[in-house]
Design a protein around this ligand. Structure first.
Ligand code: ATP
Ligand code: MG
Length: 488
């Protein structure tokens, strides 16, 4: 991760200090996706950060599905997420974990909170609870159920679990402080009734822990040393700490926040990406235009290019917009260094070659301009070849380095040609260029000293036809979801 040129980011510094000062022996991080969609570019940043820190400091990184929302989650997403993390080149420690594996423990801890007078069963409706919560400027109102006897809450909570009540009839809430300046501390909901089938636990449960209740305790169960999340959870940290302080958890994880990856010309919100899929604006989650890892894979983007991009954008605590051109640069830069070359013509213009000598049936071309180990290939050659329509002009000034009528150009890996004529259709469009092969110019400069400046690519009529799919950015708008703007 940290290279010689690049200074360590704040989380690298923080983890290094924790180790140096003996607060942490073995670093344990985790990537905690909710299986309610495919992974996007923003997740890649979090994956690179969590797995990267573990790798760098000789620790480990868990994969834990935060699966507390059965209606929105599915096995399809569980599978796709694992595939995409592996594709990026990371491997989690041990088995895949699920928050739902801890449901029994979380339930038992909830009972402890009730026993300690720190949680109660509340029968306010969702709407009432919202009204009682107050606002940023006004304190909340105490629920009439807040001081019900502990025994009563214990009994009701057990009956909630056994399925006696309907969704919305009651919830379990922490008893903290309805006047707290942080709304997350105003008696937040710990459990809700949900009669939903769960992709991992089936019908075993009809009450589900809230994300806020499950998250920190799951980290504690797994012995996570650095619970890394995005900045919007900063305001939830006091609640996580309160729960950890009030429960007999086996470890005390600490949370650190960093700024989300927020690229322009795209959206990285699963809710909005899901809309694009469900409303048919794209072909699916893995549509090659989507900022979804599975789509980027289909588009041919190498995983290392995405990792390089994440490294380039760095990790900070300041929210900012990243130019998507940086990703495009990272992709080109990686492909330029690593990819074997091939020639392909997108908008073909026929060129008929005339030669005094016999033309070779093929020419050899290096697969990479400066990586000999990538070898070379035989490229079919013939009298009829195709060049890009844009690579020919009847007249041009000196800046144009491609083929011009009466002038010369080099065909990459082959010979120098000189355009001697052009044929056009009724609309004046070029239909064929006639050209002469300059004698003895295969792999050499012409003997007459008239050396062309430009080199163009071409294919022979013997070359493989292929289907080319060209994709541009999905959004023309630089900020498709700025200020809550509805882009659909
Ligand atoms: P979304 O807003 O797309 O639904 P999320 O945070 O709800 O994202 P999760 O599946 O919960 O989705 O995310 C798993 C992890 O990925 C979380 O730790 C989250 O902080 C991180 N993450 C999600 N989006 C980004 C982003 N744009 N940049 C960096 N990290 C992100
Ligand atoms: Mg989330």
């Amino acid at each position: 991760m940290a290279s010689a040129e690049k200074p360590a980011h704040f989380l690298q510094q923080l983890v290094a200090a924790d180790i140096a000062e003996g607060r942490v022996q073995h670093v344990v991080t985790r990537f905690p996706p909710e299986p309610n969609g495919y992974l996007h570019l923003g997740h890649a940043k979090s994956i690179c950060l969590n797995f990267g820190l573990a790798e760098e400091f000789g620790g480990s990184c868990n994969l834990r599905f935060d699966d507390t929302n059965p209606e929105k989650e599915s096995q399809e997403f569980v599978d796709a997420i694992q595939r995409d993390i592996r594709w990026l080149g990371f491997q989690w420690q041990g088995e895949v974990r699920f928050t739902s594996d801890y449901f029994e423990q979380l339930y038992l801890w909830a009972i402890e909170l009730i026993r300690a007078g720190r949680a109660y069963v509340c029968e306010l409706s969702a709407e009432q609870a919202r009204a009682y919560r107050g606002t940023l400027t006004e304190r909340g109102t105490y629920s009439p159920w807040r001081d019900r006897p502990v025994e009563e809450s214990l009994d009701l909570f057990a009956r909630m679990r056994s399925g006696e009540f309907e969704p919305g009839a009651m919830s379990l809430r922490a008893k903290i402080d309805m006047a707290h300046g942080n709304i997350n501390m105003r008696d937040p909901v710990l459990y809700r009734i949900r009669k939903a089938h769960h992709h991992h636990t089936g019908d075993a449960w009809c009450i589900y822990p809230s994300y806020d209740y499950a998250h920190g305790q799951s980290d504690a169960i797994e012995g996570i040393t650095h619970s890394i999340c995005t900045l919007e959870f900063e305001d939830h940290r006091p609640l996580y700490d309160w729960l950890i302080d009030n429960l007999p958890v086996p470890a005390k994880p600490r949370q650190y926040e960093f700024a989300r990856l927020n690229p322009n010309y795209t959206v990285t919100s699963k809710r909005k990406l899901r809309l694009l899929v469900e409303e048919g604006h794209v072909e699916g989650w893995d549509d090659p235009r989507m900022p979804i890892l599975a789509g980027m894979r289909r588009r041919g983007i190498p995983p290392q290019a995405i990792r390089n991009f994440c490294d380039m954008v760095g990790v900070t605590r300041a929210n900012s917009v990243v130019d998507i051109a940086m990703l495009e640069f990272a992709i080109r830069d990686y492909l330029d260094k690593e990819a074997a070359r091939a020639m392909c013509v997108l908008r073909p213009l026929e060129v008929l070659l005339q030669s005094d000598g016999e033309l070779p049936a093929s020419v050899a071309g290096a697969n990479h301009p400066n990586r000999d180990e990538l070898g070379s290939r035989d490229i079919a050659f013939s009298a009829r070849i195709y060049i890009e329509t844009d690579d020919f002009r009847e007249e041009a000034n000196k800046k144009y380095k491609r083929l011009v009528l009466g002038k010369r150009v080099r065909l990459r890996h082959a010979c120098v040609i000189e355009a001697t004529g052009v044929e056009k259709d009724a609309q004046g469009q070029f239909t064929r260029v006639l050209a002469r092969v300059v004698e003895d110019s295969f792999g050499k400069d012409p003997a007459d000293g008239n050396k062309p400046k430009g080199v163009i690519h071409w294919v022979s009529e013997q070359s493989q036809p292929c289907e080319i799919r060209l994709y541009d950015r999905l959004f023309l708008d630089e900020a498709p979801d700025a200020g809550g703007k509805d882009f659909l």
